[in-house]
Design a protein around this ligand. Sequence first.
Ligand SMILES: NC(=O)c1ccc[n+]([C@@H]2O[C@H](COP(=O)([O-])OP(=O)(O)OC[C@H]3O[C@@H](n4cnc5c(N)ncnc54)[C@H](O)[C@@H]3O)[C@@H](O)[C@H]2O)c1
Length: 322
Amino acid sequence: MTILLTGAAGFIGSHLTEQLLAVGHQVIGLDNFDDQYDPYRKYDNIHAFAEHPRFELIKGDIRDQALVSDLLKRHACDTVVHLAARTGVRTSVTEPARCLDVNVNGTLSLLEAMRVTNVGRLVMASSSSVYGNSNNVPFREDDSANQPLSPYAMSKRSGELLAYTYHHLYGFDIACLRFFTVYGPRQRPEMAISRFTEQLINEQPITLFGDGTTARNYTYIHDTVMGILRAIYCLSGYNLLNVGGPTSVTLHELVQLIERAVGHKATIDWQPAQPGDVVLTCADLSLAAERIGYRPTVSIDEGINRFVRWYKQDLAKNETHI
Ligand SMILES: NC(=O)c1ccc[n+]([C@@H]2O[C@H](COP(=O)([O-])OP(=O)(O)OC[C@H]3O[C@@H](n4cnc5c(N)ncnc54)[C@H](O)[C@@H]3O)[C@@H](O)[C@H]2O)c1
């Protein structure tokens, strides 16, 4: 397959590219190296495969419809995986217009480019945040998802709805995958597991928001990538699917796991809960198991140990380069 992958230089995109290349596909990676976090980290993310003969990187924006149409045509792409986004719940509260422009207008522009070039296969990233503070636990794909608590959540739900319209009007095969907090090597630096690990290793206090009882379903990157791959192979009709990890853990439990992996206790700076944050995310994975055979395999204990091991190695590698 020849796959146009938006957001290829990001955390999930770079892992997915490695896997797609490993199993023999051609990847056209589109990324604008957005400044949500240090763009140099993204160059680092793709460093290992930048010269691969079946990989091409295009530095450009998903909102540039002419560019995307040209790429789809020129490379005869048959499938699009859309991961590019303005990520982050909290920054979406402070910069809502930017979030909606990339996540809604950008998705629309991509769908239009697909329509004019007759490419009708799309796997796209959605998010567990679309469930808001739902009382139906675990979250199921047929829950209403119409009370988003942040512009980011609203933009992700809008993307799903836009995708449905293109499925209805033009017969596109689309899978919208609702990811549940993904972690692992190269995780975005502002995300909790990365931040806590960095602060613990540097013996700095950890800032925790709320009272420690908020809980999240965490998904190890390997499982997320396998979920995307399975969705590509099983694409048919329109599907909303939860792609999450095996369990949910509280913030308290998460910090204890990182403390154990790093080898010492944290000093905690408690701060009030942040606007837009949800209390709990908890995934019902039965539909993804039935439709695409998705089953997460990495427990949170194992995943945190792997992450902290990688973090220390990466730190050591960077220190030897200074
Ligand atoms: N990481 C998670 O826990 C998580 C959870 C739920 C959903 N998601 C979704 O998964 C996707 C990937 O997330 P990630 O954690 O890898 O984030 P990331 O920020 O590391 O990757 C996103 C990439 O998209 C690129 N990008 C942003 N705007 C662009 C634009 N206009 N044109 C082209 N490229 C652009 C960025 O430069 C970045 O490299 C996103 O859609 C995100 O909303 C992630």
